[in-house]
Design a protein around this ligand. Structure first.
Ligand code: PEP
Ligand code: MN
Length: 442
């Protein structure tokens, strides 16, 4: 039971990374409008996801979470949504086949707009302007006008989230998430990439045989995969507050902006407004754990966020960097295990592995990303705990943002299709390669 909490109780705590609006009346109007809307997701859906994440905490399922660093208004299309959903589904097929465990698919989608920034200002050619904070706050163009926070962007972000959710649900109903579709896509993928490893072709051929056998026995039911859930960083607290709805049958409050919400590494300190807000909603929630999170602080945060020790409630998303994970992760894992806390552990191998090219472009080397995933599996194996999933910044589109991988993307390639609004994402091919690599780890 959550005590002394209201959707706005976070306002008495320290809120970092929130935009300062020039016009508060306009902000209040936008928030009033949002408060009057129906929920984007239902409490029953959040509870279903929590049950699935409880299986992850128990070592019985695996999370594949992925999508844009920042969703954008400009690059939004049916094609981009469908491409990301397909990539997640294909990854699900590879990993669930290899691991023998169901995959819980979660998009960083339908709400992943607001971004925390390391600096309030951005400098370019001697000009200093407020940083870009995500499309639901301001515009990425480097002009003074574009960088001014505009509350109407919250309404636009909400509308895009609703349209995206509508597409996700429609594609699901239309059969786009049938296993048959995934297997056919994977078959084409491994047979059309000269650099695909022979072991991947073998795995896909085996999956095809297994699939046909199951189908002929009627063992696959209607052939649909489980639903794809939505997630984003619960950063923009005024927006999140406006989207809280009560589920009267259960007497519980839900953040109805998405199924799974996480607290970022910059806002998960003790006494944080973000922690206060998420404490009171019944959704499954994530906590990003970076190199400066000490074990005792984590345990105190868990006491606040999950006092009843409910499996599925907390997913710890670790993000250290390939060179740091084996030093930091064991300490947290041991502390959490000693307390008997039922958390799911998943690996974000993106945020600790950023580099900059000689030309100043932000990128991430695929090999370092993969090294962190391998380190994550190795630590959990050594500690007797369960490596429960991966959290990727990725897209189903053919972008060139991260270097490396079997297709050998070079720094020169980054000039071709570098489209992200924030951090560099794995391309569809690199995301699928990651799925085959994870399959190998099982
Ligand atoms: C993110 O997931 O986009 C992000 C900002 O991550 P972190 O909070 O781990 O830095
Ligand atoms: Mn990011």
């Amino acid at each position: 039971m959550v005590t002394d909490w209201t959707p706005d109780s976070w306002r008495d705590f320290e809120a970092r990374q929130l935009p300062i609006y020039p016009d508060n009346d306009k902000l209040d109007k936008a928030l009033d409008q949002l408060s009057s809307y129906p929920p984007l997701i239902l409490g029953s859906e959040a509870r279903l996801l929590k049950e699935k994440l409880a299986d992850v905490a128990k070592g019985k399922a695996f999370v594949v979470q992925g999508g844009d660093c920042a969703e954008s208004f400009r690059d939004f299309s049916a094609e981009s949504v469908r491409a990301t959903l397909s990539a997640l589904l294909w990854m699900d097929a590879v990993v669930s086949y290899a691991s023998g465990k169901p995959v819980v698919r979660i998009g960083r989608i339908a709400g992943q707009f607001a971004k925390p920034r390391s600096s309030n200002m951005e400098e370019k050619d001697g000009v200093s302007l407020p940083s870009y904070r995500g499309d639901n706050v301001n515009d990425i163009s480097f002009t003074e006008e574009a960088r001014l926070p505009d509350p109407d962007r919250l309404l636009a972000g909400h509308a895009q989230s609703a349209i995206t959710l509508n597409l996700i649900r429609a594609y699901t109903q239309a059969g786009d998430d049938k296993w048959e579709y995934a297997f056919n896509g994977l078959h084409d993928f491994v047979n059309s990439r000269s650099w695909a490893d022979d072991s991947w072709r073998g795995l896909v051929a085996e999956m095809g045989d297994a699939f046909r056998f199951a189908q002929s026995c009627g063992g696959f039911g209607n052939g649909y995969a489980a639903p794809c859930f939505t997630s984003h960083e619960a950063l923009h607290l005024p927006y999140e507050e406006a989207m809280v709805r009560s589920d009267c049958d259960y007497g519980l409050d839900y953040a109805t902006s998405g199924h799974f919400l996480w607290i970022g590494d910059r806002t998960r300190f003790e006494g944080s407004a973000h922690v206060e807000f998420l404490r009171g909603v019944d959704n499954p929630i994530g906590l990003k754990c970076g190199p400066n999170l000490e074990a005792d602080e984590l345990l105190r945060l868990l006491d606040v966020l999950d006092p009843s020790r409910e499996a599925g409630r907390i997913t710890l998303i670790t993000r250290y960097g390939a060179d740091k994970i084996e030093k930091h992760l064991p300490t947290l894992v041991r502390a959490v295990k000693a307390e008997g806390r039922p958390v799911a552990w998943i690996c974000d191998p993106m945020h600790g592995n950023g580099t900059t090219t000689s030309e100043g472009q932000k990128t991430r080397p695929f090999e370092r990303i993969l090294d962190e995933v391998k380190g994550f599996f190795a630590v959990h194996q050594a500690e007797g705990t369960y490596a429960g999933g991966i959290h990727l910044e990725m897209t189903g589109l053919d972008v060139t943002e991260c270097i490396g991988g079997s297709a050998g993307l070079s720094e020169e390639d980054l000039k071709r299709r570098y489209m992200t609004h924030c951090d560099p994402r794995l391309s569809r091919d690199q995301a699928l390669e990651m799925a085959f690599q994870v399959a190998d780890l099982f």
